[in-house]
Structure formats: C-alpha cells, structure tokens
Design a protein around this ligand. Sequence first.
Ligand SMILES: *Cc1c(COP(=O)(O)O)cnc(C)c1O
Length: 421
Amino acid sequence: MDLNVKNVCTLLLAVYHCERHTSVTTATIPPFKMALNLLVPPPKIEDREYVKPYLCGSGPADVWPSVFEAYARKVTTPASDEYYHVLDDIRSGLQYVFQTKSKLVLAISGAGHAAMEAVITNLVAPGETLLVACRGMWDERAIEIAKRFGINVEVTRIPLYSTFSHEHLENELKRLRPTALCITHGDSSTGNVQKMQGLGDICHKYGTLLIVDTVVSLGGVPFLTDEWGIDGVFSSTQKALSGPAGISPVAFSARAEEKINKRKHEPPFYFDIKMLAQQWNCYGNTRVYHHTMSPPLLYALRACIKELVSQTLEKSWARHATTLAHFHKRLQEMPVTFYVPIPEERLPTVTTLVLPKRYDYTEFCDYMRTKHNILIYGGVGPTAGKILRIGTMGMNATIEMADIVADAILDTLKALNKSSL
Ligand SMILES: *Cc1c(COP(=O)(O)O)cnc(C)c1O
C-alpha cells in the first residue's frame, strides 16, 4: 500500500467524514480499496482545568524543576551513543545513591511494583522459600507477587506500628532456612523505619539472601547497601527522589549475582536481570536490545540522581531529618497522636497520625485538599480508615513546606471540630 501525501489526505478526509456522520460506519477508504467498519467514533478529548495540589501524601511527591526540564530534552534513541552515556550516568549515580560497588545496578521500566517483582522473581525460584517480614501494605504485595510466581511463601507478622527485632527474624531464619528474606525499610503504609544494620550478616549465616524495599526511603533515609550486606534492593523515583513514576532502580550484591548466574528457573521475560544487564551494559559494551525504554523517564531519573549528587546523600538525609523534627514539634502542639509510638522508629519521609475519634479521615483529607490545596492521604490496606499519611520528602522536605502543611492541619482540626471544646 502506498501511503503518499495524497492518500493520507484522502484517508483523513474519510475519517473526518465518518466523524461528521457517525451513523455512517462503513466507508470505502480509497488507498485500502475495501470497506472498513469503524464501530467506534472518535471520542471528544478536551483539556480540563486542573490545579495541581502540593503533593504531600505518601507519594508521588512533587517533582524537582530540573527533573521537569529533563523530560523535555530531545528524545535520544538506542541508535545513539548519547543513549548509552545516559545509562552509564544512571548506573554510576545509582551506585552512589544505593552505596554499592556492585556492577549489577540498573533501573526497571515500570513503577516500584515492577522492581519488586523483578528482584523477587530473579532471586527466588518457584518452589523455593521466601520469608516475608510483614508489617504493612507493601509486604502484602511482596507475598502476592511471590505466590503468583509459585514461590513457597512464609510470613511472619508483628503489629503494624512496630518494627522487627533482629532476634525475632533470626529465630524465623533458623527455623525456615529460606532462600531469601524480604523486608521493607521505610513503610509508607504505617510510617515506620526498620533497623537494617546487621541483618545482612544474620541472613547470610543461614544461607539466606536479604531483599529490601527502599521505595519510600532511598535518598531520604540513610541506606548503605554494601555496608549492611543487602543482596537485592529496589526503589522508585516518585517518592524521596522527587521524580515521575515509571522507572525504578534495583541493585544486586555479588551473592545475588551468583544466584542469578547459576539459577535454573526463568524469571518473567520482561524482568530478566541477565538480559537487562546486557541492555544496560553492566558488564561492558554489550548494547543488547531487550525492550524499548522510555527516554524521557531515563532523563528524568538521571536528573533526580543529579539533584542528589549535587546536594550529597548526607545533606539530603539531614534535610529530611531536620524537616521531620520541625514538623513533629509542630504536630505535638495539636490534638493528634503519632501512630508509631517509638520516636526513633518514625519514618523521616512519611508521618502517620491518629486523629481524635470525632474526626473523619476522608473528610479531613478532602478539607485539606479543597481549602488548602494540599494533598495528604488516609490509610491504605491494613491502615485504611485508621490513620493520616503525610509526606515530607524529596523537594517537599523543607521547613517552609512543613510549616505550610502544619498550619493547614491546625486549621482543618479547628474547622472540622464538631465537639464543643
Ligand atoms: C509506594 C510504595 C511502593 C509501591 O510503589 P509503586 O511505584 O506505586 O509501585 C512499594 N513499597 C513502598 C515502601 C512504597 O512506599
């Protein structure tokens, strides 16, 4: 078929004709020389007015201006060297952000869940045992992903507001000798942060790999992959890295790499780390095509990393901690309770609060949104209807932003107060 300009014009005209007379569903469109039945007329797609709120929920967070600019860069393609320079920048940047010297560091095309699925299915075969230390929504997702892949899942649970003691985990490892332990570092569904130092050594004593979810902690909370003996770690861009969702960093230790190279099972094709390592040039200039990655997202991730590199990890962690301390000091003057009782276990990126009984969580979030243009969330999964979740992360981890949100919470508490005090 010859799609020259004249034919394309005729085609467009025919489509236009169809639109004008939507009752006509059959048109003989000249270049195709056959009747084409368009059962679905073109829809009306109109731009609506949208006022973006401050994104102060547990994710996505607001995006750095430099990251916005990065989206708009000219699209690069795998046919250019620039594309591979971008991949190299991302890999060396992620080695810094994860604090790992491993070569097997890359980003998965997809949200945090995709990275979770990639790490679990590359490291644990169907029939092998994965122990999930469950204290929130994301661990429930890990359980679901592992079960669907035919992994034998063992679960150990504690109250959601608390974190695991290493003794508790060691007893479970001793009893079950699992292939891997999966645990969440910062949990945005409950607002606490799990102590990780030393857990890698405990896992390795029992021949277990340590898999960690850092989706809402990376960049905002200290995390040292090599130092802490983490074997498989995944994260995302839309939380403390202040980027768009859709491209998610992962890293593997030498132990994990050995498991990947010796494994007999096949992970899902899209998440096959062996193949992705060839695409990402982890072991030299291989440049193998696996799937088409999104260049705007690659540039966006690179820009998120550049922000962290220029600020430095130490300063970013300190900024999150200082903002949290200020925010919590403000909250302590209000009639709200922290969901996580132990101050040291409170997550620097997401605060969880319990409101007095007289308040309704949905109404509270709606008021924050309509009156103050601030988006915060209620609970999710096991904490639905029980808590508020407020993010002070990425570019919103500033004293100014903490004050804006604290002022709005105070006003909302007053406005929605139905009891006569
Ligand atoms: C948000 C979140 C996820 C899920 O990330 P998506 O990008 O939405 O897939 C997983 N784990 C934790 C700890 C999170 O906070």
